[in-house]
Design a protein around this ligand. Structure first.
Ligand code: FRU
Length: 503
């Protein structure tokens, strides 16, 4: 494809240089700094992933929108810089829509514009206001709108607009953060240029840090049940595992206001992810395959010092989201995007399925060899028996491993990255993350996505997720089972590698 920045961004299909820590199937830019996903929209057979990007270096600054496209949310091609910072403004987070009816007049009826709605962070006075840029060539080249900004309330903490077409009122709907006030404001517009305030929501749930990067979408409970609205809000600090995290509220949106259900109360936040590395998660507009979210796989506590180069920053695996009743509660449930399964073609995939095996203590049963790998999907059903803790050691190497498992006394799944490799770059990095998870018919179901610098653990049907970065040594490719304090039965274990060895 013309304009591709680096072949290394065509992921999952080539052998990395020895010792490389570049993820095999998570999006990273060929070089330089990346943070939040921006401008997520599907158009003309392509998923667009724009992202907060520093075109000039590996630390945060010169904020602009980088760009990548994918047919399936897994194979990404990085394209040239989309929207650049300039002498007047940094280009902060935001969203993109297809203006099919040319309401903005920025395209034509025949060639509708892709319109990006981003936050102008003005260098002169720190003001944050919402601005437009548009493209009439499938997002390849962009022009900033001449009359920017389109929404300015004179605030220095007003950012990250997420815009969608709201059919009942045939108008555009924006959710945008009033960050330091812990509020999400909703605005309406007929043309993307003139915006009127509808309502505000918050403070509520978790507000230990500023609110950023909202998203709002509707899903039916259990596919054909009532329509409920999900409001996603990231908090920069004070998250469930320390530092940045993404929470969500369930409720109703009547075209004017979002009203949270009682159960998503003032005091008990619902966490989209219980790990330390899923921030600013937002979803694609116009997605033909349901609703998918992606997050920035980092945490403001240590994002600036993660040990990778010549890039810094990666995205999570995209997740398909749905609302499901689990027990007597409705949860936002996440599953890895379907196309990930397609990565394991004959050339790159190996599949190992174990017969049921009882484990006491550490180590894989000799009759059931587990592959050595650093990029794979593992699925397991475990009867914990009388074990206190049971699970897997991944990225096992000399004196190091990442522990992923279930703690029966705490009724929680966990990721322990205390001795996962390089943890020394930040005092906030090493640690154990927990997520509450009930047994289902006495069993635990875990789905684990391992890549060279991350683990993502989906518990049960995906009602809880833990996403954590890890930085193991390049030869730490072991995989083992463990059971502490008793004997557990691993009823099924399936491992599918997602890149060639030593991937
Ligand atoms: C979230 C965030 C956004 C802002 C962007 C700047 O990580 O702080 O609120 O728009 O990053 O890069």
């Amino acid at each position: 494809m013309t304009g591709r920045v680096g072949a290394s961004t065509l992921i999952g299909v080539q052998t990395p240089p020895p010792g490389s820590r570049r993820p095999a199937y998570h999006f990273t830019p060929a070089r330089n700094w990346l943070n939040d996903p921006n401008g997520l929209v599907h158009h003309d057979g392509e998923y667009h992933l724009f992202f907060q990007y520093n075109p000039d270096g590996e630390s945060w600054g010169n904020m602009s929108w980088g760009h990548a496209v994918s047919p399936d949310l897994v194979r990404w091609d990085e394209l040239p810089l989309a929207i650049s910072h300039d002498a007047v403004e940094s280009v902060f987070s935001g969203s993109a829509v297809l203006d099919r009816a040319n309401t903005s007049g920025l395209g034509t009826a025949d060639a509708p514009a892709m319109v990006a709605i981003y936050t102008s962070a003005y260098l002169a006075d720190g003001r944050q206001a919402q601005s437009l840029a548009f493209s009439t060539d499938r997002g390849r080249t962009w022009t900033k709108y001449a009359d920017n900004p389109v929404l300015d309330i004179g605030s220095t903490d007003f950012r990250d607009p997420k815009v969608q077409w709201f059919e009942p009122t045939r108008s555009w709907l924006m959710a945008v953060a009033r960050s330091t006030e812990h509020r999400i404001a909703f605005y309406s517009s007929p043309n993307l240029k003139d915006w009127a305030l509808l309502s505000e929501f918050g403070p509520r749930g978790a507000s230990g840090g500023v609110w950023e990067c909202p998203d709002l979408f509707a899903l039916r409970v259990d596919d054909d049940g009532p329509l409920r609205w999900v409001l996603v809000v990231s908090i920069e600090a004070g998250g469930v595992a320390g530092g940045s995290a993404t929470q969500y509220f369930l409720g109703d949106f009547d075209g004017t206001s979002f009203v949270a259900d009682d159960e998503s109360s003032m005091t008990t936040p619902r966490w989209l992810d219980h790990g330390k590395d899923c921030y600013a998660a937002v979803s694609w507009e116009d997605d033909p395959a349901g609703r998918h979210l992606i997050g920035w796989m980092s945490n403001w506590q240590y994002a600036r010092s993660v040990p990778t180069e010549p890039w810094r920053g990666a995205m999570t695996t995209p997740r398909r989201v749905s609302l499901r009743t689990v027990g007597d509660e409705v949860h936002l449930v996440q599953q890895p995007v379907d196309a990930l399964a397609g990565l394991a073609g004959p050339a790159v995939g190996a599949r190992v399925a174990l017969d049921p095996v009882q484990v006491t203590g550490a180590g894989a049963a000799p009759a059931s060899p587990l592959p050595r790998a650093t990029a794979y999907a593992l699925e397991a059903v475990i009867d914990p028996g009388d074990a206190e803790r049971v699970g897997f050691l991944v990225h096992v190497g000399d004196g190091e491993a990442t522990r992923i498992g279930y703690d029966t006394a705490r009724a929680s799944m966990f990721v322990d990255r205390t001795r996962s490799g390089n943890v020394a770059f930040s005092a906030d990095f090493a640690g154990v993350q927990h997520a509450p998870l009930g047994l289902h018919r006495g069993r635990i179901r875990l789905q684990i996505l391992v890549d060279r610098t991350s683990v993502e653990v989906f518990g049960g049907i995906g009602e809880v997720v833990i996403t954590d970065q890890v930085f193991p040594g390049p030869t730490s490719d072991g995989l083992e089972m463990f059971s502490e304090g008793g004997t557990a039965t691993f009823e099924s274990v399936t491992v599918r590698t997602l890149a060639p060895h030593p991937g």
